[in-house]
Structures are given as C-alpha cells and as structure tokens.
Design a protein. Sequence first.
Length: 202
Amino acid sequence: MLKIVLTGLLLWASAASAVTLDQLQQRFASQPVIRADFTQTRTIAGMRQPLVSHGQMLIAREQGLWWHQQTPFVMTLLLDDKRMVQSLSGQKPQVITAESNPQMFQFNHLLRALFQADQKVLNDNFSVAFSDRGNGAWTLDLTPKAAPLNKIFNRISLAGSTFLDSISLDDRQGDKTRIELTRTRTEPPQLSDEEKTRFAGP
C-alpha cells in the first residue's frame, strides 16, 4: 500500500512539462486536479509471470488521492490528511489513522511534502538526477538516502513530457513495478459532484 501511495503523490509532483525542477514546482500550482488511467505491471522475485492490474486514479490538491484498481480484482485506496482507507470488494474498509499507526503517518507527512514538489525535501531525502530529453521530454531519477524511503526503494524513476507517462519502482526486496499512465486529464479543474463523493469515504 505504501508503494501505491508514494506513486500517487509522485504523479502529482511530476505532472508537468518540466525542463528544470524549478519549473516542475511552479507548475504544481496550476494543476489542482489530475485524472488518469493506469496499467501497473509488477515483476516479483520468484514468480514467473508478472502481475498486471488496470484502473483509474484521481489526485485533487485539496482532497487527496483516490486510486481505484478495476482488474484483476477491485480495490480502492483513499488518502487524505487524516486517514488512509483501503477497500476491497465485499470486505469492510480498512481505516488507518495517525492514532492507530503513527509510523505510517510519519511516512505520510514526508509524502505530503513530495506532493508539494518541494525541492528541499527532494534534496534532503533523495539523490536527484533530472534530465531534459528534448522536445519536452524529461526523466527524473530519485535514489532515497533517508529512512523510511531507503528501507523500501533502491530507486524511483519517472519519465514524461506534457504529463507523467511512466513510473518505475525498484524496491529492496528485488521486485520491480512499472506504472504506465494514459488519458491524463486536468480539465475540468474542479471536481464533479460524483468525484467529490469518492473522497467522502467511511
């Protein structure tokens, strides 16, 4: 679940046609809502076939992250400032709060700083390699250098142009995850009534 949360917040921080990290941070303020479809492919050490899932994600600056996996099974993750809610089809939602899991929310505070595309946070927690690939394309390689991220990931690589196109996660257990994003939309810049209900949660 931590990987999903981190991924979602990095989507937000990187949804820009950035040439420099300064421009990426400036563009953050102009994207209040981001919507996209995703395909996630996980290659797990010891398993012959990768695990592939599909779904939709929604990031709203004021509300948080909504991550909805549709296949191979239905799972929804909601993250805001007060709670993390994981819902599996047919099961009671699992709610995590700062009181029930302080360590998780310490991690969450770091992610919220990433959510702001804060260069100081990036430089404090990652070795950062940003490359302008020309024609609007860019890559961002992040190597964690502080806990808890360096206990989970070896490296996080992002690539995109106008929007973020892909994320590659190389974790400490030898597993690799690649997330490809399609149909990224920023219009309308406000949530619909139906989208607002997604953040209501239990």
